[in-house]
Design a protein around this ligand. Structure first.
Ligand SMILES: Cc1ncc(COP(=O)(O)O)c(C=O)c1O
Length: 397
């Protein structure tokens, strides 16, 4: 390993670690929050004297790796906790606040005349409106089934489409999904078919489509997802599964989700130049574009890693062409002596998920692009960083 470190200079490691996390979004917290897209500033950590901290201490606490001296030293890119979106919602202030009086939501039932009897009408209305605004899915003549996250809906779909295999409990890989083709119906997990991640080229019109607020607005903790289902019987069976499993879906969460989706739709249809009413998708698209740009820049400078290349496609919603900017980046360790990229990065306190876990090569790792990142200048505290990689050149021993 020593040798490998010798070959992969610490500067390269630092560059990539910076790129993977800290520099994904470089915001110098100096009150004015200037974004730094300038390559010089990206790689000269020495001059910038950047330090990362997470706005979510619990995220790091849950890794089980101790922070030292009060500073976070572990960068967790393994999980896709979507805290990138926090800033937008903070900016929105009270716009998404709802008050639920104590006498509300007593009944299990939301609408007994609907196949999905626990679906809140307000939530259904906002789902339909958002798909119409974005143009990413057809909802007309389809049934909406709400679930406790799309994870539950996936299981409900398995239950509905296969009598034999209703007991699966883990979220499947995409490959499993594609291979499943249960009863001739393909389940389309469209969690990322939103304009911050990819171009919207047509309204999807599949038999069974899954969506979730976790990936659209970042409200993973609400645990709300929905399925758009063509076949009435399949929608009924999915509803039955959720009835047996959790006897419905939190009505309070659905009302909160309805409000958030309404604000998103409004931000698109009544955009304003003020940051308060900034279009949600323009904002989040820009956030991800910045992160991808900085990651590519640092990877290119390192010469030791690579990323997949994507072709641009026209987006009917944003009205321009752009390349996909996924919520996860597949990073490849190019150096011939590094076969286990995940272990290699872990030795540098960077947590990622090995390609092996996806049935792929361990030369690759999956890294989250949507975690919370804050960068603050720490002129007088650089020694505390001890750099992710100790590097004499950087003066961070
Ligand atoms: C492909 C995919 N589907 C769905 C989800 C979200 O699932 P849930 O709605 O249960 O939070 C994720 C979250 O990371 C995902 O990556």
């Amino acid at each position: 390993m020593e040798k490998i470190f010798g070959v992969l200079s610490m500067k390269h490691l630092l560059l990539v670690s910076v790129a993977l996390n800290v520099s994904l979004i470089l915001r110098v917290i100096d009150g004015s929050e200037k974004e730094i897209l300038n390559s010089e500033k990206v790689h000269v950590c020495k001059n910038m004297q950047l330090f990362l901290s997470s706005s979510s201490s619990s995220l790091f606490a849950s890794t089980g790796i101790e922070a030292q001296d009060g500073w976070e030293r572990v960068i967790n890119l393994d999980r896709g906790d979507p805290l990138m979106y926090e800033k937008y919602w903070q900016q929105m202030g009270d716009k998404t606040t709802i008050v639920i009086p104590g006498w509300q939501s007593l009944s299990y039932f939301s609408n007994v005349s609907n196949i999905c009897w626990f679906l809140e009408p307000k939530f259904a209305k906002e789902v339909v409106r958002l798909h119409k605004v974005v143009g990413n899915a057809i909802t007309k003549n389809h049934h909406i089934v709400v679930g406790t996250g799309s994870s539950q809906l996936f299981k409900a779909a398995l239950y509905a489409l296969s009598a034999n295999d209703a007991s699966k409990t883990v979220y499947p890989s995409i490959t499993d999904f594609v291979k499943s083709g249960l009863q001739g119906i393909l389940v389309h997990d469209l969690a990322y078919y939103w304009p911050q991640y990819t171009s919207i080229s047509f309204p999807a019109n599949h038999d069974l489509m899954l969506f979730t607020v976790s990936t659209i607005t970042g409200h993973a903790g609400m645990r709300i997802g929905w399925a758009i289902v063509k076949d009435k019987e399949v929608a009924k069976k999915m509803t039955k599964y959720i009835e047996l499993n959790t006897f419905g879906v939190s009505r309070d969460s659905q009302l909160r989700a309805a409000k958030v989706l309404k604000v998103v739709s409004k931000s698109c249809t009544e955009p304003s130049s003020s940051s308060e009413d900034e279009s949600f998708f323009e904002f989040s698209h820009h956030q991800l574009a910045t992160r991808w740009k900085l990651l590519r820049l640092a990877v290119q400078k390192s010469g030791q890693f690579s990323l997949p290349e994507f072709s641009p496609q026209n987006c009917t919603f944003l009205g321009r062409e752009f390349k996909p900017q996924p919520a996860f980046a597949w990073l490849k360790c190019e150096h011939q002596k590094v076969n286990d990229c995940e272990s290699f990065l872990r030795s540098k306190n960077i947590l990622t998920r090995s390609g092996k876990q996806f049935g792929f090569s361990s030369k690759y790792v999956r890294t989250s692009m949507i975690i919370a990142i804050t960068i603050v200048p720490i002129d007088d505290q650089l020694p505390k960083i001890q750099c992710l990689a100790k590097d004499d050149e950087l003066g961070c021993q």
